[in-house]
Ligand binder design. Structure first.
Ligand code: ADP
Length: 483
């Protein structure tokens, strides 16, 4: 008998989508206008939950990138760098307010284009994106307090390249601190999720930002590479895969371009015997399954202390029986669609690898998948070991490996023994244990008795192959200034 026998079946509760206005075709947002791409090329962007085409999107080539960077440079020299912090703040506040006003539409488009459950985009992505603009608007006229006794100066043009897992939020993380510190921007969203960034371009136009201060262009890796290599770019901020991060690092070697990289992760979520087990189980589910595991800081490696391993695993399985995988626009959905066919194939190949490595696999029988679209059942690999590929490599899907441990020293050693170091979680009743562990974990963020909590005031970023530089908080201003 599964836990689902005891739960209610929920009737569908779809979020309306007719208010979300998606144009058939999107051009490039350069110098305050939507302009046709000089490449004359467009590509399709789809809804990963049903594979329907949502819009055609322009593909920027080198000439288009040059036009965008030139617009950003001109806006920087002629206008933006001379503007007072208080004036810059007004524009940034305005963007924050309009994101709030249009949050319903933005949430629906985020879920349509990215596949994430509407509950996530409505309650987390969009409000947190607005909060980042509010927060950094507050700093724009207080930079002398952020950097006491120093004179922070802007850098110039920032090229910002973002991935598909948090499209609008990543755009906010990148654009807000760049504008607050007096830089201008060329931003490229990921090829599979361009729509909320293009909506942001419309918002920026409506907010009357001076032309060229923010340019938003779309395209694939070539477009990103042209941005990175453009000689008038002064700063590159990249979030994405470790492989591309390394390519970018090589490409700018020997130049004076500043760089921040936020790359992959493989976070340890550590549950001690004295932890509040029910809360921990909920935190584990939140850490890896919500958002389809499409989170670089996802708690994808679970470490459970031996004495509570059976209890945690059986409670976790029971909770997985109740998870709803399906229509991202349904308010009851816990786990939406995998972002693309390629990503689903990658996750499936790791499921095979885990099975071939001899691990026990668990997927709930109670969890049904929709027939169309890209979906994956939440999966456990029980009895995993450090040497398993599914433990060492980033899967970026709803797949959790489970290892057990006896002592705090052992778990710190195992948790740190990985190329990544973005985040971690710890569940225990003892504050001393939390502090002991957090100081020894090589991870940019360590959550204690919670997971995946974000706030614009706190910095985020990695160690080792997870990248360098921090985004968010006071620290997030630093990559955009020189002294
Ligand atoms: P993910 O695996 O998360 O899709 P990628 O690193 O492939 O991560 O993509 C993240 C972003 O980097 C996307 O916007 C993508 O178009 C861009 N990108 C891909 N290749 C390059 C490159 N060589 N130079 C710059 N940007 C790139």
């Amino acid at each position: 008998m599964t836990a689902s026998n005891f739960t209610w079946e929920y009737a569908p509760a779809p979020e309306a989508k007719d208010h979300a206005k998606i144009k058939k075709q999107y051009d490039l947002f350069i110098n305050g206008q939507f302009v046709k791409p000089q490449s004359k090329k467009y590509f399709e962007t789809i809804n990963p939950a049903n594979e329907e085409v949502l819009a055609q999107v322009a593909e920027a080539n080198e000439k288009d990138v040059n036009a965008a960077v030139t617009a950003a440079k001109t806006a920087y020299d002629k206008y933006w760098k001379k503007l007072s912090g208080a004036e810059r703040a007004k524009y940034i506040f305005r963007i924050a307010r309009v994101i709030q006003e249009r949050s319903r539409e933005l949430a629906v488009i985020e879920s349509l284009n990215g596949g994430k459950a509407i509950r996530e985009s409505r309650d987390f992505d969009i409000p947190t994106a607005a909060n980042h603009f509010f927060y950094y608007a507050g700093w724009a006229d207080k930079l002398e307090y952020a950097f006491p006794n120093r004179t922070p100066q802007s850098l110039g043009v920032a090229a910002q390249i973002i991935p598909w897992n948090f499209p609008l939020l990543m755009a906010a993380w990148k654009i807000a601190p760049a504008l607050a510190t007096g830089n201008t921007v060329v931003l490229k969203p990921a090829e599979s999720t361009p729509l909320t960034a293009l909506k942001l371009a419309e918002i920026i136009q409506d907010c009357d930002l001076p032309p060229g201060v923010v340019n938003i262009i779309t395209g694939f890796g070539n477009t990103g590479a042209a941005m990175v290599n453009h000689p008038q770019v002064n700063k590159i901020a990249f979030t994405g895969s470790t492989d591309v991060g390394k390519i970018i690092q090589k490409a700018i070697a020997g130049t004076d371009k500043k760089l921040t990289l936020e790359l992959g992760g493989k976070a340890a979520n550590i549950v001690f015997e004295d932890a509040p087990i029910n809360q921990a189980v909920e935190g584990i589910v939140n850490g890896i399954f919500f958002n389809q595991g499409h989170v670089c800081c996802a708690g994808s490696r679970l470490f459970v202390q031996e004495g509570v391993a059976d209890e945690v695993i059986s409670k976790l399985k029971a909770r997985m029986d109740t998870l709803i995988v399906g229509d991202p626009l349904d308010k009851n959905t816990d786990i939406g669609a995998i972002n693309s066919k390629e990503q689903l194939e990658k996750i499936k190949s790791y499921l095979k690898i885990g099975v071939n490595e001899g691990l026990e696999i668990f997927q709930s029988d109670a969890c049904a998948l929709p027939k169309k679209g890209f979906f994956c059942k939440p999966t456990l690999f029980i009895g995993a070991a450090q040497s398993n590929r599914v433990v060492q490599e980033e899967i970026f899907g709803p797949v959790l490996t489970i290892q057990t441990f006896r002592t705090i020293e052992e778990v710190i050693e195992k948790a740190n023994n990985i190329p990544y170091g973005l985040s971690a979680g710890v569940w225990t009743d003892k504050g001393s244990k939390i502090f002991n562990l957090t100081s020894k974990m090589r991870a940019g963020v360590v959550w204690a008795n919670t997971y995946n909590k974000f706030d614009p005031t706190s910095p985020f970023g990695g160690y080792k192959e997870s990248g360098f530089g921090r985004e968010g908080g006071l620290h997030g201003l630093m990559p955009y200034v020189k002294f």
